[in-house]
Design a protein around this ligand. Structure first.
Ligand SMILES: [Zn+2]
Ligand SMILES: [Zn+2]
Length: 149
């Protein structure tokens, strides 16, 4: 797999290709999300960015994420939590979510990605993506269960 470039030039290009106006704040929000491994909420992103961008508002983070979702650059993850979690769509991957600690881990499933969809799905309409979400309880939480309280 080729490493993804996080350079400003490369990101600017990505924005242009998606038909998006490039602003400093948009770039920074997208880059922060790209480098995050924990699928943060909008508020977490805001807290991480506000030291670097003092003029940033939480509202801007929300609006930017919504715009990026609309343009297919960011994915809003469906979780059981009240706050949405976000991820970039640059690398195709699937998710496994711990129902206890809400950790979201990425995993790759090339075999599935190459499998054609059943005919009735294929003819349904325009398909934008296939993502698998696996739910369960992670090993750390399971280990915690085993310990006496
Ligand atoms: Zn867990
Ligand atoms: Zn992910």
């Amino acid at each position: 797999m080729t490493p993804l470039s996080n350079s400003i030039d490369h990101l600017t290009q990505t924005f242009r290709e998606s038909g998006l106006r490039v602003t400093h704040q948009r770039l920074e929000i997208y880059r922060e999300l790209m480098e995050a491994r924990d699928h943060p909420t909008a508020e977490q992103l805001y807290r991480r960015l506000r030291g670097r961008i003092p003029t940033l508002s939480l509202d801007t983070v929300y609006r930017t994420l919504t715009t990026l979702v609309t343009h297919g650059m960011v994915k809003r993850l469906e979780t059981v939590e009240s706050q949405a979690r976000f991820d970039t769509t640059r690398q195709r991957h699937h998710h496994i979510i711990c129902k206890r600690c809400n950790e979201i881990m990425d995993f790759h499933w090339p075999l599935l990605d190459e499998t054609p969809l059943p005919g009735e799905v294929d003819s349904w309409g325009r398909l934008d993506g296939v993502n698998v979400v696996v739910y369960g309880v992670c090993a750390r939480c399971l280990a915690g269960d085993a310990q006496p309280t």
